[in-house]
Design a binder for this molecule. Sequence first.
Ligand SMILES: [Zn+2]
Length: 217
Amino acid sequence: MHTRFLAAVVLAAASVVGSGQASAAACNGYVGLTFDDGPTTKTQSLLNALRQNGLRATMFNVGQAAAANPALVRAQVSAGMWVGNHSYTHPHLDQMARAQVDSEISRTQRAIAAAGGGTPKLFRPPYGGTNATVQSVATQYGLRQILWDVDSQDWNNASVDAIVQANGRLTNGQVILMHDGPANTLAAIPRIAQVLASRGLCAGMISPQTGRAVAPA
Ligand SMILES: [Zn+2]
């Protein structure tokens, strides 16, 4: 009798633990957090904040910054982030000739790969400036162009509150534009994690096939 009672208690406890883990891991949907213009002197702090809050993101790196700071590209990967191509010198690609666009994109692919960031599959044109030529060159390098559904306006000196609220507008599959650098963006990270969790959304990867946020592979 005593043994059977203990067994029942153990089974009940296991059941409680199991359901707790299941609910903690439940995601009603995924969103794509993106941070452009790195790596910068703020990258390590950003990575620390993201990790501490259980968030993963896509970092759209500038090629010349990746070439100058390869260790930070490796740190992005080590922290569980995905690395994308954001051109080599951050120009208005939609105002350039095809050969220049090709150079901007191809040099960045090489710089990120050489740094240890893998060969990117995602590409974001600076300023969202794109056209048929830019799209065509990106496709030539196996890159999916990713713009955004929500602009946090962190590049425009948005407040921490405004950045958190922008994240709170995301729905399943959507992508938000943020940057590696602004102090308010870094300060917003814990509250971004809270607002997403309150809505049952998890930070996911951006699918190179669909351009939508999905569960991490
Ligand atoms: Zn940019």
